[in-house]
Each structure stands twice: as structure tokens, then as C-alpha cells.
Design a protein around this ligand. Structure first.
Ligand code: ATP
Ligand code: MG
Length: 363
């Protein structure tokens, strides 16, 4: 059997710096665990524009469609601000998401013990927290028609339309149930079925899909109550599935329960491929951070945890993903901090590569 394939797109700014640390981890798995990947590397964003005059070359796009998973660093930077909209670095990322049809956006909120003190919430509320928000990413009020600003009588009216088809709800619900099966087998669906027709349909379809996953305990919650419960006692949740707009709000809220931008991974999943694995793109939530690029200051953990998500959700290696997460936990417990994580006085920050090396050593 051939090795699982991975396309690495480091991108711009701190992207290549944090990705170099992920490469160390990939090498470690190949050498020590016999877990080898067919890794190819390519350009996306500003660096692709510099070479090809486009932020994503067609060959790169084709490669992304073929591999088992794509791992991306970050794109963009001030150098490219002057470019025409059609060739801006971000367009490369948008094209990947659109052509791979990545409709389920996964954002975990996970609390590492050593950082529990930094949360704005009480320590016992966040300690040990490990939840996942699944946000529908390609439909809903951000895309529904009609939309626009129209004349109505003697004033203007701004209109957006919340619109979901059964199949759009069905496919993102399936992604969420599949995740729940790989995690704590608990799924909470959030909408506003009390005031929105799309919410009524959402609840109906999710309930119907749930019949295919009898092992998963399904519950429903209004999204406003969900926001309240997320800040009151987030550990009651395992996986949450919700629409594009509510997911936008709830995933930011959940992420900030625990931490710094430098710690947050994400995944975007699409339809299952022939081998049963979903199309997948993994990336840190943070951007290219031009203010610290090239200085060895970037925190590589968000990108490393994105690779851990790939291990768990694309390659069925949940144990190895947990190994990476435990190694991260261990270096933090030892007191290692990149500059973005500094809170205590008198602690000297470590560099990007020192953090990466320390995590590899803990593996
Ligand atoms: P984008 O539009 O690409 O998301 P942005 O400017 O909104 O870019 P980031 O590039 O994520 O956001 O940077 C926001 C701030 O967080 C910056 O000050 C940056 O230095 C800091 N930051 C982001 N990622 C990291 C990281 N991995 N390690 C340390 N600091 C980071
Ligand atoms: Mg940003």
C-alpha cells in the first residue's frame, strides 16, 4: 500500500517558519513510528504570485485535489497590498476552499493545563476543556439570494437571506456525526428554530441524519442559549454543529475560552473521496503575522496542532495525534513559552525552532 499523501503549502510571512517545525515532526514520525507520508511542497499566496503571477497555480490546485490532505501555513503580507484584488494572496486560499468544496469548518477549543491560568474564565471552567465546533462554511446568510441594498419607497433597505437546502444541512451534519464518532460521541446542534424557518429545517434534517449514527448522543440548543452555556460550562459539550453565521460567532467565542492566536488550529473538510477520507485542508487560525515574520519569534504550536488534526481526521491516527498534543502540553508544563504566550515576569521567550525542537524531544 502506498503512503498517505500530504501537500504542504507554507505560504508567506511566518508560514514557512512554523511549517519548518511541522516538518521536523513529520520526519520524526517517519523515522520513529514507521508512519511515512508522501510529502510534496508547493507555493500559495504572495510567493506563488512572485513566481507565477497568480496566487495559486493550476498545477498546485490539481495536486490539492488529489492528495489525502493539504497543510497550509499562512498567506499575505504588506508587500502585496498594492496588487489587484483578483491576484491578492488571499485569493489563493479562497480558490482552494471553493474548488475543494470545503463545507465543514472545524475549530477546536482545547485547554492546555499550563495555560489554564491565562483564560479569562475561572480555571476549573476551562481546565481539561476539549471541544470542537463544526461551522457550515459555504452557504447560509453569507451567500443566500436575494441580497443587496435596495430602494423601498423613500428609503433604502439592506437585505440578506438565510437559506439552507436539505442536502447542505445533511452533508455538514454527516461531517459532524463522523467527528463525534472519533471523539466523545456527543453532538449538540445549534440553531434558532424558535424564530427561523431555516432553523426548523436544520433541526429536522440533523435529527434524521442522526438515525444513521445511533451511538452518538444528539441534542439541540438554541444558538443564543448555546453561547451562554459555552461560557458558563463549556465542558458539557463535545462536538457542536451549527450554520455559517452562528458558527462564525460561536467558534470565535469558543476559541478564546482557552487561548492565544498562536495556539489555534483549524480544519476545513469536504465530501468523502473514493478512499472514504474527506477532502481536507488544515491550517492555523492565525495569519502571516508580518510584524514578526523572519525574526524566529512565531509560535509554531497552532500549525503543529493543525497537523495533529490531520493525523486524527484524515489519517485515522488518533493515538498519534494525542501523542503530539501531549508533547505540546508537556513543553508548556516545563515552562517553555514563545513570546506571544508570555504572562509571567522574568520568563525568557524561546524561539520558533527551540519550541519545535522541544516538542519533538517530548514525542
Ligand atoms: P490575516 O489577515 O492574515 O489573518 P492578521 O493581521 O489579521 O492577518 P495575524 O497575522 O494572525 O492576523 O496576526 C495578528 C497578531 O497576532 C500579530 O500581532 C501577530 O504578530 C500575532 N500572531 C499571529 N500568529 C502568531 C504566532 N503564530 N505566533 C506569535 N504571534 C502571532
Ligand atoms: Mg486576521
Amino acid at each position: 500500500m502506498s503512503n498517505p499523501s500530504l501537500l504542504i503549502l507554507p505560504g508567506d510571512g511566518i508560514g514557512p517558519e512554523v511549517m519548518a517545525e511541522v516538518s521536523k515532526i513529520i520526519d520524526w514520525f517517519g523515522a520513529k513510528r514507521g508512519l511515512k507520508f508522501d510529502v510534496s511542497e508547493d507555493l500559495v499566496g504572495g510567493c506563488a504570485y512572485d513566481k507565477h503571477g497568480t496566487p495559486l497555480h493550476d498545477d498546485t490546485m490539481a495536486k490539492a485535489q488529489e492528495v489525502d490532505a493539504v497543510l497550509l501555513g499562512a498567506v499575505g503580507g504588506p508587500k502585496y497590498d498594492v496588487l489587484d484584488f483578483s491576484v491578492k494572496p488571499e485569493r489563493g486560499l479562497l480558490r482552494l476552499r471553493k474548488e475543494m468544496d470545503l463545507y465543514a469548518n472545524l475549530r477546536p477549543a482545547q485547554c492546555f493545563d499550563a495555560l489554564a491560568d491565562f483564560s479569562s474564565l475561572k480555571k476549573d471552567v476551562v481546565a481539561g476543556l476539549d471541544i470542537m465546533i463544526v461551522r457550515e462554511l459555504t452557504s447560509g446568510v453569507y451567500f443566500g439570494e436575494p441580497r443587496g441594498i435596495f430602494e423601498e419607497g423613500n428609503e433604502r433597505v439592506g437585505i440578506n437571506t438565510q437559506r439552507y437546502t436539505e442536502s447542505e444541512i445533511d452533508r455538514v451534519a454527516r461531517s459532524a456525526f463522523e467527528l463525534a464518532m472519533k471523539r466523545g460521541k456527543k453532538l449538540c446542534s445549534m440553531e434558532k428554530a424558535n424564530v427561523m424557518e431555516s432553523g426548523i429545517l436544520w433541526r429536522e434534517v440533523v435529527t434524521e441524519v442522526g438515525k444513521d449514527y445511533p451511538e452518538v448522543e444528539l441534542s439541540h440548543m438554541y444558538a443564543d442559549a448555546g453561547a451562554m452555556q459555552l461560557t458558563r460550562w463549556p465542558k458539557q459539550f463535545d462536538v457542536i454543529v451549527t450554520d455559517n453565521l452562528f458558527g462564525d460567532l460561536l467558534s470565535d467565542l469558543a476559541a478564546m475560552l482557552t487561548g492565544s492566536l498562536g495556539m489555534l488550529p483549524s480544519a476545513s473538510l469536504g465530501a468523502p473521496m473514493e478512499n472514504g477520507r474527506p477532502k481536507a485542508l488544515y491550517e492555523p487560525v492565525h495569519g502571516s503575522a508580518p510584524d514578526i515574520a523572519g525574526q524566529g519569534k512565531a509560535n509554531p504550536i497552532a500549525c503543529i496542532l493543525s497537523f495533529a488534526m490531520a493525523l486524527r481526521y484524515s489519517f485515522d491516527k488518533g493515538d498519534e495525534a494525542a501523542r503530539v498534543e501531549e508533547a505540546v502540553n508537556a513543553v508548556l508544563a516545563d515552562g517553555l513559552r514563545t513570546a506571544d504566550l508570555l504572562g509571567e515576569e522574568g520568563v525568557q521567550p524561546v524561539s520558533t525552532s527551540e519550541m519545535g525542537d522541544a516538542i519533538v524531544a517530548k514525542l
